[in-house]
Design a protein around this ligand. Structure first.
Ligand code: FMN
Ligand code: ADP
Length: 344
């Protein structure tokens, strides 16, 4: 990292630590690994040689984590910097505007997950129609070699890039000989003999197989949003619910139904149960995402919440009367509390 930037970040952290009464010395802070994020390739500059990987990395799942672990480890060993080049919006959002894109992570969630990997640099380049016309050779020469100062490229076995996705491992290897960098291909990572992919995780989430999705992700699937007003009925039936509004329309919403969830509210882990659905019992006409937190009584309106999904309890039902819904909520609460006691 550029020493001045490192110094600036460290100063900022000291202020945060002072505010939270957990003061650390400058020496301790300077040893932190910071992930430097760039919003455009053109803003990036380094004199140091880099180990690079490229891809959408939607989900930052177990397979992705393995690739990044390898990248970070090998770069460190060779005394080089590790770089992940990713694109946003997703190329299909730009090139096939009508296609319904559902992503496991919002771009903010993806960045936060990548922060934890130990990478030196993250570049989130804005994908555009113009950029999509870059040929494989131009991409290698202008971006990888001239901007990223590449020494080694580590990429997934199925990676394609450049105009019409014409660039593949064979081409990359040919170009790498000319431009003097190495290419390493990574094979599909397997868990229980099933190769992990973002597509499989999306399918698992849509079909209610949360257990499979979370196993492949290596962490609980999450939703992020702001608490908004609902119909003010929850409080009256003894189950107030924080209604969560997710602004990213491309975020995948899992199968409708009831889930056991967990949130961190003011540095406290709070468990609860969440319903995703149209609430047919109360004539709901649009999808809502609402969480009832256990042993909790605070105003959450306007607050940002991260909700981690732990367990799929049941499908959503239409009850003939509200008392029947309340009885079911009580049963859900008992099952959820048992699950939390046994698993969390
Ligand atoms: C854990 C949980 C399970 C729920 N299950 C159902 C359901 O099966 N069917 C349904 O119509 N509504 C269901 N709801 C939604 C309730 O109808 C909803 O919480 C109530 O209408 C309050 O809405 P409000 O927040 O807009 O006031 C569920 C809510 C929660 C928290
Ligand atoms: N245990 C709890 N779980 C969720 N929200 C709670 C809880 N206790 C208090 N609240 C507050 O009550 C609000 C939900 O009350 P509710 O009657 O369901 O109204 P609304 O229809 O606006 O969601 C939440 O947005 C939050 O501010």
């Amino acid at each position: 990292m550029v020493p001045f930037l490192r110094y600036q970040k460290a100063q900022k952290l000291i202020v945060i630590f002072k505010k939270t009464n957990s003061y650390r010395t400058f020496a301790e802070i300077i040893n932190f690994t910071f992930l430097n994020t760039f919003q455009n390739i053109s803003n990036f500059f380094t004199e140091e040689k880099t180990f690079v990987t490229i891809g959408t990395f939607d989900g930052v799942h177990f397979g992705h984590q393995k690739i990044l672990e390898k990248l970070v480890f090998e770069a460190k060993q060779a005394g080089k910097k590790s770089v992940l080049l990713t694109f946003f919006p997703h190329p299909r959002m730009v090139l096939q505007k009508d296609a319904k894109i559902e992503m496991i992570n919002t771009i903010h969630e993806r960045s936060a997950l990548l922060e934890k990997t130990g990478l030196d640099y993250l570049i989130i380049h804005p994908f555009s129609k113009a950029f999509s016309k870059t040929t494989a050779l131009e991409f290698v020469r202008d971006t990888l070699v001239n901007k990223l100062n590449i020494s080694k490229l580590i990429i997934g076995y199925d990676h394609h890039f450049g105009k019409n996705r014409e660039g593949n491992i064979t081409q990359l290897t040919e170009h790498s000989l000319v431009y003097n960098f190495t290419v390493e291909e990574i094979l599909a990572q397997d868990i229980d003999d099933v190769s992990i992919s973002s597509t499989k995780i999306r399918q698992a989430l849509i079909s209610g197989s949360l257990k499979t999705a979370n196993k492949y992700l290596g962490y609980p699937f999450m939703l992020n949003g702001i608490v908004v007003n609902g119909k003010q009925l929850g409080g009256k039936i003894g189950y107030p619910t924080a209604n969560i509004d997710i602004k990213e329309t491309y975020k995948l919403i899992p199968k409708a139904g009831v889930y056991v969830v967990k949130s961190n509210i003011q540095n406290k882990i709070i468990f609860g149960m969440m319903n995703i659905g149209c609430r047919p019992t109360v004539d709901g006409n649009h999808q809502t995402i609402e969480v009832h937190f256990f042993d909790f009584n605070q105003d959450l309106y306007g607050k940002h919440l991260t909700v981690e999904l732990l367990y799929f309890l049941r499908d959503e039902h239409k009850f003939d009367a509200i008392p029947l819904l309340i009885a079911q909520l009580k049963k859900d609460e008992d099952t959820a509390r048992d699950y939390i006691k046994d698993n969390c």
